[in-house]
Structures are given as structure tokens and as C-alpha cells.
Ligand binder design. Structure first.
Ligand code: CA
Ligand code: CA
Length: 353
């Protein structure tokens, strides 16, 4: 019906335009002929409109781009393929309830100008409607990273623990890391949108209490904010479920070095790590937020030259990781003072296990 009305209007318009100019511009005769032809087509389509009203076949739709999970930079080109037995009336693009665009003509292409949107995952839903109001939807999800040369947002935040698509069956530390470790203000963590806490200093983890979680599938989100209040995020899918055979995180403990101790000269740093399945895969030592030593097998012990840092307060963090990327931490704050002479200097490598 609509098409018929439109054509009739077009025909009227063309005829009246022809009437206005007919006397002095013979070239417009062609316009009159066109109008008559359109009128004829309109009649044909008027007949087919009875078919439109009986249409019971919904459109089909799928994303050409962005590809699912694709990493995008800059403005994001979106393209969907939509088809219908009669005709696609429109394609609506949305993201988390926000309507992005309504496209009425093929090819269904649109550019999402990302502007100040944060680095992180985005979903797009595309819905095609036909004239009968039938619809079909498709979704895609991509990761966005802003291209920039100065005052850049943080980048590449990603979960270290737990692993994507893993099962969470006990209380554990969760951690996301950014390659840009300078100028971070905080990392906030969420499970299905529920606030799990915010880490405001190295090593940026929070402890996930199992009994605070709802069992079932969950999306874990880590959202980083830097000192310029720019943000980035990463999401992974996990399953929260009790498990009698739950693989627990390892336990790690810094040895020898007592909280508040003073050290000088060469000093042995040491940690013990235990795991329920004897699967400690690595133990990493971090001094003042910087990786100092990665150790892949026991003993987790090495000689460290304390003269490589300034006298004063320092912090040692040790992180243990098991085969399933469960992690745990231990920490000591201590003092370096090269004028300090230990009563019993650790001249030899300690043998305690
Ligand atoms: Ca249809
Ligand atoms: Ca384990």
C-alpha cells in the first residue's frame, strides 16, 4: 500500500512539474513519460501488496563485520547482510540498549565513530524488519582499542587470572594486567555487573569470595582507570559452580625476609609455594612493582644484590600460579640500608626448604 501511495505521489508531482514547464521546455516530455511508466509500476506493486500482508517469513540477518572477538582500532565499520522474501524495510543497530543507527537501504553499512568511548569490549545487535513487522536479529562483539599518539588511554588490559572460560569453584584472587603499568589509578572488578572491589595499588588484584557469587555463567569485567581518568576494560566468560574436586589456587609464602626487616649487601630472596595438585607452574618476584625474577621451578630462591636499589623502604611481592592460572600473593615491606651490618650475615645460601 505504502509503495503505491508513494508512487502515486511521485506521479502527481512529476505530472504537475510537467504541467508547469510543458509549454516552454519540450525536454520535460521525457519526465511525463517517466511518470506514466512509474504509475504503471505502482499498479503492479499495488497488486503485490496483498502478498506483503500475508508475509509470514521473517528476514535473515548476519554480520559481515566486525568479526566476533575482532580487535578494532579507530572508527568501527559495521556491515550486515539482511535479506527477506519480500523486502527488508529497515535494519536497526543497537549496543547495550542504545540505538546506534537505522538503515533503510542495502548495503547495510554504517561507521561507528567511537570518539571518546573507552578501550574495551563492545556488543552490537542488528535487527532486520520486513514490511510485515517480522524481524530477525544477530549479534557481534568486538574489542576496541583507541589509536592515539599522546595522552593515550590505557591499553591492553586483560585478565591474568582466572582464565577465560574457566570454572570458579572457590575463593580466589583475580587479576587483570595492563601493559601500561605507569600512571594507573585503579582496577575495578565486576561479576555480571556486581561490584567485586577495586584495587588501587600494585599488584592490582582483588579477592573473589566464592560465597558472595551466584552460581551459573558469569561475565567477569576488569575496568582500569589511569591518572588522567581514562579507562579501559576487559571481559571474560567464566562459570561459577561448586565442585567437589575443585582446583584451588596455590599458596605462596615469602621465606626468611621478615616484615619490616633491614637488609644490605647481597641477600637471598626466597618463597615457598604449595598447590593442591602439585601444579605450581611459576613463582614471580616483584620489587616495588617491577618484575625482578621469574622462576619456573623449585627452589624459588635467588641471590639479590640490594645495592641495586636506593636505601629506604621497599616492597617485595611474590606471586605463584598453578596450571589453571589460579594465583596467589604474598608481600613483605622491608628496608634497605647499606650501613646495616647484620648480626648474623647470610653469607651462605640458606638451606631451609
Ligand atoms: Ca518477509
Ligand atoms: Ca591448584
Amino acid at each position: 500500500m505504502k509503495i503505491g501511495v508513494l508512487c502515486a505521489v511521485a506521479a502527481l508531482f512529476a505530472l504537475s512539474a510537467c504541467d508547469d514547464d510543458d509549454n516552454d521546455d519540450p525536454g520535460n516530455d521525457a519526465g511525463l513519460v517517466d511518470a506514466e511508466v512509474k504509475d504503471g509500476e505502482a499498479d503492479a506493486q499495488e497488486d503485490s501488496s496483498t502478498v506483503i500482508e500475508k508475509d509470514e517469513t521473517p528476514p535473515t540477518i548476519e554480520f559481515d563485520r566486525p568479526g566476533r572477538g575482532e580487535m578494532m582500532t579507530g572508527d568501527v565499520k559495521v556491515k550486515v547482510r539482511a535479506e527477506d522474501n519480500v523486502g527488508v524495510a529497515r535494519v536497526v543497530l543497537e549496543s547495550d540498549g542504545e540505538t546506534l543507527a537505522t538503515l533503510t537501504e542495502a548495503p547495510y553499512e554504517w561507521t561507528w565513530e567511537m570518539g571518546d568511548r573507552i578501550n574495551g569490549p563492545y556488543k552490537i545487535k542488528a535487527t532486520a524488519y520486513d514490511a510485515a513487522g517480522l524481524s530477525a536479529s544477530a549479534e557481534t562483539k568486538f574489542n576496541y582499542e583507541k589509536t592515539c599518539s599522546e595522552n593515550c588511554p590505557p591499553r591492553n588490559i586483560s585478565f591474568v587470572a582466572p582464565a577465560a572460560n574457566s570454572k570458579i569453584c572457590s575463593t580466589m584472587d583475580i587479576l587483570a594486567e595492563s601493559k601500561q603499568n605507569q600512571g594507573l589509578k585503579s582496577i575495578a572488578y565486576f561479576a555480571n555487573g556486581k561490584d567485586l572491589g577495586k584495587a588501587t595499588e600494585f599488584p592490582w588484584f582483588v579477592t573473589l569470595e566464592f560465597n558472595q557469587l551466584t552460581e551459573g555463567p558469569a561475565v567477569l569485567r576488569a575496568e582500569l582507570t589511569d591518572v588522567n581518568d581514562k579507562t579501559a576494560a576487559h571481559e571474560i566468560d567464566v562459570t561459577i559452580a561448586k565442585d567437589d574436586d575443585c582446583n584451588e589456587a596455590p599458596i605462596v609464602e615469602i621465606g626468611y625476609l621478615e616484615e619490616g626487616a633491614t637488609v644490605s649487601g647481597n641477600y637471598y630472596l626466597h618463597a615457598r609455594a604449595f598447590d593442591d595438585r602439585d601444579e605450581v607452574m611459576r613463582v614471580d618476584f616483584y620489587l616495588d612493582g617491577q618484575l625482578l625474577k621469574e622462576m619456573l621451578k623449585e627452589p624459588y630462591r635467588f641471590e639479590w644484590d640490594s645495592t641495586t636499589v636506593a636505601d629506604g623502604e621497599h616492597t617485595l611481592w611474590v606471586r605463584a600460579e598453578d596450571r589453571d592460572h589460579h594465583i596467589s600473593f604474598d608481600k613483605r615491606s622491608f628496608k634497605v640500608d647499606q650501613s646495616f651490618v647484620p648480626a648474623d650475615p647470610p653469607a651462605e645460601e640458606p638451606t631451609e626448604k
